[in-house]
Design a protein around this ligand. Structure first.
Ligand code: THU
Length: 129
């Protein structure tokens, strides 16, 4: 893993601190690296209509799509933690977020690298959704 990847995971971990997840007790943070070097953060946000809240990845990619529509997303780092057990593997984006990321790849014409980490265990890196 490169220094840049490690730094982006740290940013995802910072984003995870703002998770509002009292219904799942599962907090997720996402950090997007844009081509300009800007970083956009997201964390999962829930409410009593659970599971109809927003995923960390969704918050981050829609924020980038809104605020930086002409910038390509290079990488998304995702960290996840369970408040009830030790998460020993990464969390992978859900189907809705995969669809969003796939469409942003198509829109920008380049792949988006995904880095995923749990609390312990392996780190997964994929070249594209
Ligand atoms: N969640 C994410 O934010 N990203 C993922 O990749 C997996 C799941 C959130 C949704 C919900 O708030 C909680 O984690 C439990 O599923």
């Amino acid at each position: 893993m490169s220094n840049n990847d490690a730094m982006l995971l740290q940013e995802a971990e910072r984003a995870r601190q703002s998770s509002y997840s009292p219904y799942s007790n599962f907090s997720v943070g996402a950090a997007l690296l844009l081509e300009s070097g800007k970083i956009v953060l997201g964390s999962n946000q829930e409410n009593a209509s659970f599971p109809a809240g927003l995923c960390a990845e969704g918050v981050a990619v829609f924020s980038a799509g809104t605020n930086f529509p002409d910038e390509k997303i290079k990488t998304i780092a995702i960290t996840a933690a369970s408040q009830s057990t030790q998460l020993d593997h990464p969390a992978a984006p859900c189907g809705i977020c995969r669809q969003s990321i796939a469409e942003y790849e198509k829109k920008q014409g380049t792949p988006i690298q995904i880095i995923m980490k749990g609390q312990t265990g392996p780190i997964y890196i994929c070249d594209s959704i």
